[in-house]
Design a protein around this ligand. Sequence first.
Ligand SMILES: Nc1ncnc2c1ncn2[C@@H]1O[C@H](COP(=O)(O)OP(=O)(O)OP(=O)(O)O)[C@@H](O)[C@H]1O
Length: 250
Amino acid sequence: MTRTPPALELRAVTAGYDRSAPVVRDTSLTVDEGEAVGLLGPSGCGKSTLAKVAALLHRPYGGTVHLGGVQARGWRHRAPRAQRTAVGVVFQQPRLAADPRLTLAALIAEPLRATGRKAEALARTGELAGSVGLGTDLLGRRPHEVSDGQLQRACLARALALRPRVLVCDEMTAMLDASTTAALVTVVEEYRTSTGAALLAVGHDRTLLERWCDRTEEMPCTAAGGPPLRSRAPDPVSVPGFGPEAPSDH
Ligand SMILES: Nc1ncnc2c1ncn2[C@@H]1O[C@H](COP(=O)(O)OP(=O)(O)OP(=O)(O)O)[C@@H](O)[C@H]1O
């Protein structure tokens, strides 16, 4: 029987900002279709770097990235569009990830416009905003006129606009309060349930990631010896998705 290829596979990735001292070394990670994997590890161990490699935003020194079984053939704008748009990404700090000149409507519609879908952008912006709990009254505002939570909702809507098969959430909720965290996790889970998309969620909040994800991976510090990643299934009492109790902020 042929096995469905993983939605995301990182094979022996070595990456960083100085070829002589990479922050990620020979690291492999697989996220199956429909699976949610949490990536934990000490600060500075390279989780965000690995997340950027997974989202084809950072070119590794070594190793390969495969999306749906197909090896990525480029990085950033040089990646083929079908691969680039197969991964949606949300970062920790929405103010760094959002062009301050754009209204929230334009921000959400950015990927649709950038891929030439102007009519779809007009038709779906309101629906996308609604799907992340963003009132249409906020769509005409610019990033400095909304809260971090409202801006992060817009960034999540932007990441979902092209209906990615893989969603990478890099500390998406780290700056948010417990109720906004719960709301955004619920949005991601509803999206995954309806589309079968895979999730790679990076963070420090072990309680949140162990509740949210099917399994977690521990990323060691390369200075302390490097991979392999250590896998951990959730406790029997925790459930995939988000339970009734909101996690605390950190
Ligand atoms: N653009 C950059 N240029 C140079 N070094 C960088 C850059 N971005 C990150 N680094 C360094 O790479 C290392 C790994 O950073 P990274 O952000 O991937 O770690 P992290 O595990 O996500 O950390 P945290 O949990 O604190 O967010 C750190 O030592 C960091 O200082």
